[in-house]
Design a protein around this ligand. Structure first.
Ligand code: KG4
Ligand code: ZN
Length: 335
């Protein structure tokens, strides 16, 4: 079945064509660079940009794929969580297309799509597993019993890890999105230059917190006489180290507690090299198998939505034109 996936939950307009037999046939993303000057995503600007981007991205995707619109057999669209205005644009577009082509339409939970992005490399998800979902809007630990069966076992009490990267980047004047900018600056810094706090590590649960770190970085930066390039690199490296320490230790402890032998990364922050390297190394020490999505499918993309939608469409699901959007909700199980 050839499935079109549509992702517009935040600031990326991303579409892809996927089939279970052929994998990704084509995928295309329009990033909204306009948010850079505001240091964060402005919801109203994001939804207007999706309106402008969707049709051109769709036309180019179809032209590059070499298949016709009639060959699309099902449509999947992120319908939450995310920015309501942005989600509405994608869902309206998906509905119009489903109606015009007379094809089934399914709403895909954005987090389930991030989790299933791990299958875009060609391997099925190995379960039971603990998945660390780390993005700009989410930092959660899920126990995945099997594809379609999810249990939220840990969550951030405040900021998401990606949000912390973005805010720290802003404090250091490194630009937006912050994650890649902080990672780049950190590569020439000393991760032990500043001892930033590691929140909730001693607590006997799998919850996390990053707002204290953001405040600690702000207070440290404000106490400095000047932000030299070396200081920026040292602060970036030390803050990244604090984030990665907490994420890795909580994920490993969670996997041990749940007696699973597979851990997965998912979401935009999963692109972070330090996080990937450290989680891989710590997993290996305990005979846990570490997995992460291909780099290009860590941040928001239509391919993960198409891949997840294929699972739902295969089961005969069709949400039809009543499909609604939602701002927040943990992943719900469907098997
Ligand atoms: O999954 P995503 O594209 O959007 C949401 O669902 O939120 O994640 C975006 C987040 C941003 O906060 C961005 O700074 C972060 O992922 N990110 C990274 C890296 N690449 C993207 N964080 C750390 N290191 C990276 N290399
Ligand atoms: Zn995302």
């Amino acid at each position: 079945m050839v499935v079109l996936g549509i992702e517009t939950s935040c600031d990326d307009t991303s579409l892809a064509l996927f089939s279970s037999e052929r994998g990704i046939i084509a995928d295309l993303t329009a990033n909204q660079l306009i948010h850079e000057k505001y240091g964060g995503v402005v919801p109203e600007i994001a939804s207007r940009a999706h309106i402008r981007n969707l049709l051109p991205v769709f036309s180019r995707l179809m032209a590059e794929s070499g298949i016709t619109e009639r060959e699309i057999e099902g449509i999947g669209v992120s319908n939450g969580p995310g920015l309501i205005g942005s989600l509405l644009v994608g869902v309206s577009f998906a509905k119009a297309l489903a109606f015009a082509l007379d094809r089934p339409l399914v709403g895909v939970h954005h987090i389930e799509a991030h989790i299933l992005a791990n299958e875009l490399g060609g391997e099925s998800l190995e379960t039971p597993a603990i998945v660390l979902v780390v993005s700009g809007g989410h930092t959660s630990l899920y126990r995945v019993e099997t594809v379609g069966r999810y249990e939220l076992v840990g969550n951030t009490r405040d900021d998401a890890a990606g949000e912390a990267f973005d805010k720290i980047s802003k404090l250091l004047d490194l630009g937006f999105p912050g994650g890649p900018a902080v990672e780049k600056a950190a590569s020439s810094g000393n991760p032990h230059a500043v001892e930033f706090p590691r929140a909730m590590l001693k607590q006997n649960n799998f919850d996390l917190s990053f707002s204290g770190l953001k405040t600690a970085v702000r207070l440290y930066v404000e106490s400095l006489p000047a932000l030299t390039p070396q200081v920026v690199s040292d602060v970036a490296a030390s803050a990244q180290e604090a984030i990665v320490d907490v994420l890795v230790q909580k994920t490993i402890a969670c996997a041990v507690h749940h007696r699973v032998s597979h851990v997965y990364l998912a979401g935009g922050v999963a692109a972070n090299g330090e996080l990937r390297g450290r989680l891989s190394a710590e997993s290996e020490k305990l005979d846990i198998t570490y997995h992460a999505p291909l780099l290009r499918y860590c941040t928001d993309n239509g391919a993960m939505v198409a891949c997840a939608a294929a699972r739902h469409l295969d089961m005969g699901r069709d949400d039809g034109l009543d499909l609604d959007v939602f701002a927040r909700r943990p992943v719900t199980s469907w098997v």
